[in-house]
Design a protein. Structure first.
Ligand SMILES: [Zn+2]
Length: 872
């Protein structure tokens, strides 16, 4: 480990600078624009060399020109920029010193000199240059009021801890208005916005820059980063463009390396980094990522060596630790990530990015107190830090949540939702804990935190620090689970029980491996375990998946994690989950659950997954091949008699055409459904029934939208065939844990037939999808009453009271009565008082209150705060 006590640079440049108030910006506002000298034609050629990545040639050109034209500042600046790019930091400081004698008033040169001295770890000299810039701008503000200089003043202001909003308004926006064709301000704005994760601002700013300088690789690189969250294909195209313009564009190569690390593609990532280091052998961030890869490959000594090299040339002492920690956290190694951020902050306590990252790491580790405190600090320091601002706002909202605890679970839910189905959440988690920890012999942390958000935005901020991430139902960080409640999911919510089962399975496997597991295996086991628990949960082979597999769309096992990162479509992302679960199923079937557990053990001590797989399967190539055969067989077994081919359906069909078509293409998947749909349109129910029955017979597994169950249920309903409809719906819901309308229709049928036992069973699966509806609770209430089980009415009554009932007085009274039967006298009194508050002359309620007073021998208490039966 790097010894911080012996590090002469422990107190960094930044921390020595302090945050003295700057008066530069207002001064600049008073000044008028100045004219900069026009570049000569050969200067243009040299700049093109720079933009194309030929830094050595560009540098040579500059050196040559400087012999005969040392009075041209542009050549000095170009020389400096080339040297910085190539990591010739010492030479860069010399270039600066030579130039500064001639150009005593240039702040652009001083800014480049400042950068050079930081890399050579001469903070005093670097700081002097900043002070000189301040002095120069204060003395003759008019001289620095053009766009390029104004941007440098803005950057300096930010560096001194100035308000980013002010910089945007007074420096960058102003510069853009004054000189719309100079892109410096657009680039500075985009860089600031990306640092603050404000992608919209970055995109807006870059849109114009790309028009003005389409040949500038930096613009395309920044554009790609701004596009990543919203448009992956465009982001990839922008990266390609940047490299096409400049194959040596270091930020782009570095960014590619980062993405490859995310995909667990460590060899290709290393190759990208080597290309960076070929151009700039002293590139500290590239060395930091080399250290990250070594860490992920469990090569401690190599990691240490790379860390040392990275630190030799970093501009800020804390950066290397910050970069390594950030990347490790992105790989779910929150504990290790947090350790690195702490080291970063030891070296530079003013490193805001490290502080907010540590805050997020701790919140994901369940170390909430310190996590929130750090978010608060950053928010106070930097109002523009979007993540910190979001987190602080979220914490205030979380304060209104209710906390439920049982068996080591700490569940936070919206108060109303906690009353309605909080106990169910605890039941489900306890069941999952029992089943999965035993199965995987996994030690559990002392506490597992589960937070369920009725507002998707809050979920996203808690999970990712930012709004967005639609499509995620739940996320697990190791001992913290975040999930969306059914309230945030419209009419067709997913089965929250399945989601929590899946997420809790992540807790089990992440704990067992110390978070050292590839994404695909983690997802694969979670989806597999959903299916093991309930046949209607998880994912099954579908017609779409069958097609992908048979069209050679399987991703080799060794590259599966990448399939989650940049899927070409939402279907492909879903397929990545499915394929991963299929791999797990294959491993369990062919090598046994014990082997799967051994693989997890290997991972926990840092063995790479592919090495572990090789241990038990012989070779990866063999595994890939055998798995492919297994998956193919599964795909081929799906509805083997059904014709899945793509056939053109009749264009303007009548009955005769359709019948002819049908005879020519019997048992075609799409044909049977379309044929039936045509008859349904004619309201010829019997005609429609035949093809649907055939489809079901051949492909009962199909639960995709518009499946035969759905259509046939309509047909049978029209025909008044209730008995058959019931059987059909029962078969459907057994295969599909998420389908709500089928369950509601089935409930109606059971009720009509007074089949209460089945109603009871069905209600449970409705509540697993949407507990926020009144009908399942009414059903539970009715059933409990019919059986005379008063205590069992407590939960549905409490839930119904949260759903704006028509007669709250009656419900409060009934709840009081039930609570009395359960011996909960205090809660019963509260409820009866509520009943009387709604209806003071409520006779039964008055009588019950008297009875309660006699029973407890206490005087009647005040109504107090409204609360539910669950607070004991
Ligand atoms: Zn998952």
């Amino acid at each position: 480990m790097k010894n911080q006590a012996e590090n002469p640079r422990a107190k960094s440049t930044l921390s020595r600078l302090g945050a003295q108030p700057l008066s530069l910006l207002p001064v600049l506002l008073l000044a008028v624009g100045s004219v900069s000298p026009l570049p000569a034609a050969d200067l243009q050629t040299a700049r093109e060399l720079y933009n194309s990545g030929d830094y050595a040639a560009c540098s040579q050109q500059a050196a040559l020109q400087l012999v005969s034209r040392p009075w041209m500042e542009s050549w000095w600046r170009l020389q400096l920029r080339c040297q910085l790019e190539m990591g010739e930091y010492t030479q860069a400081t010399e270039t600066y010193l030579n130039a500064s004698v001639r150009f005593t008033t240039s702040i652009q040169l001083r800014w480049l000199g400042y950068r050079a001295f930081r890399h050579t770890h001469e903070p005093v000299k670097a700081n002097i240059l900043l002070e000189e810039i301040e002095r120069l701008v204060n003395q003759t503000p008019w001289r620095y009021s053009d766009a390029v200089n104004r941007v440098i003043v803005g950057r300096l202001f930010l560096l001194r801890g100035g308000d980013p909003r002010q910089v945007l308004e007074l420096a960058y926006d102003r510069a853009r208005r004054d000189s719309p064709n100079v892109i410096d301000s657009s680039i500075a704005t985009a860089e600031l916005a990306l640092e603050k994760q404000d992608f919209t601002l970055a995109l807006g700013s870059l849109a114009k820059a790309v028009e003005i300088e389409p040949g500038n690789p930096l613009v395309h690189y920044l554009l790609s980063r701004a596009l990543i969250p919203t448009d992956t294909p465009k982001a990839a195209a922008a990266l390609d463009k940047a490299l096409e313009l400049n194959p040596n564009h270091l930020p782009t190569r570095l960014f590619l390396a980062e993405r490859l690390i995310d995909q667990e593609q460590y060899d290709p990532a290393r190759r990208q980094l080597m290309q960076v280091l070929e151009v700039n052998p002293r590139h500290s961030q590239a060395w930091a990522y080399m250290a990250v890869i070594a860490h992920l490959e469990n090569k401690v000594a190599t990691e240490q060596a790379f860390h040392t090299i990275a630190s030799q040339w970093s501009a800020d002492d804390a950066d290397v630790d910050y970069w390594i920690g950030l990347k490790l956290s992105q790989k779910y190694r929150f504990a290790e990530g947090a350790r690195y951020q702490r080291r970063a902050l030891e070296q530079n306590p003013r490193h805001t990015q490290a502080r907010i990252q540590l805050s997020q790491d701790l919140l994901r580790l369940g170390q909430e107190q310190e996590g929130w405190q750090l978010a608060d600090e950053v928010n106070r320091q930097d109002q523009y830090d979007i993540v910190a601002h979001n987190l602080v706002t979220l914490r205030d909202r979380l304060a209104g949540f209710r906390t439920l605890e049982r068996d080591g679970f700490i569940v936070r839910m919206d108060r109303r939702e906690a009353t309605i189905y909080g106990e169910r959440v605890l039941d489900l988690l306890s069941r999952a804990r029992q089943s999965l920890t035993e199965k995987y012999d996994s030690p559990l942390p002392e506490s597992v935190y589960v937070e369920i958000f009725p507002d998707q935005r809050d979920f996203a901020i808690r999970t990712f620090g930012l709004p967005g991430g639609a499509g995620f139902l739940g996320v697990c960080f190791g001992s913290v689970i975040t999930a969306n409640s059914p309230a945030s999911q419209g009419d067709q919510p997913s089965n929250w029980e399945a989601v929590l089962w899946h997420e809790f399975c992540h807790v089990v496997t992440l704990q067992k491996t110390n978070n050292k597991m590839p994404r695909w295996l983690s997802e694969g086991i979670s989806v597999y375990e959903e299916k093991q628990e309930n046949a209607g949960w998880g994912q099954s082979m579908s017609a779409a998946y069958r097609e992908i597999i048979l069209a050679d769309g399987l991703t080799p096992v060794s590259q599966l994690s990448g399939a989650f990162l940049a899927p070409p479509s939402p279907l492909h992302l879903q397929f990545a989950y499915f394929e991963s679960s299929l791999v797990v199923e294959y491993l369990v079937e062919h090598y046994g659950l014990d082997t799967l557990k051994r693989i997890l053990m290997d991972l926990s001590v840092g063995m790479p997954i592919n090495e572990s797989l090789r241990r038990y399967t012989g070779s990866l190539e063999l595994l890939d091949k055998e798995f492919e055969q297994f998956a193919r067989a599964r795909a081929e077994q799906l509805a083997p008699q059904l014709d899945f081919s793509d056939q053109e359906l009749p264009e303007k069909p009548d009955a005769a055409t359709w019948n002819r078509w049908q005879q020519a293409h019997p048992d075609n998947y799409l044909g049977l459904a379309a044929y039936a749909a045509w008859w349904m349109k004619q309201e010829e129910w019997e005609q429609a029934e035949k093809p649907l029955r055939r489809l079901l017979e051949l492909f009962p597994e199909d639960i995709a939208t518009g499946n035969a169950y759905q259509l046939l249920s309509i047909v049978l309903g029209k025909q008044g065939e209730q008995q058959q409809q019931r059987q059909l719906l029962e078969a459907w819901i057994a295969r599909d844990g998420e389908i709500l309308p089928a369950r509601l229709r089935l409930m109606e049928i059971y009720k009509q037939n007074e089949d209460w036992a089945r109603v009871d069973q069905l209600v449970q699966s409705v509540l697993a999808i949407n507990p926020l509806r009144a009908d399942p609770h009414e059903q539970l209430l009715g059933a409990a009453r019919a059986r005379g089980e008063k205590v069992k009415t407590i939960q549905p009554l409490a839930a119904l009271l949260e759903m704006s009932p028509v007669d709250p007085a009656a419900l409060h009274y009934q709840l009081a009565d039930a609570l009395l039967a359960d011996g909960q006298l205090k809660s019963a009194r509260r409820q009866v008082l509520w009943a009387l508050e709604y209806a003071p002359r409520y006779r039964e309620a008055q009588r019950l209150l008297l009875e309660l007073n006699n029973e407890s021998g206490q005087k009647p208490a005040g109504t107090g705060e409204k609360s539910s039966s669950q607070e004991k």
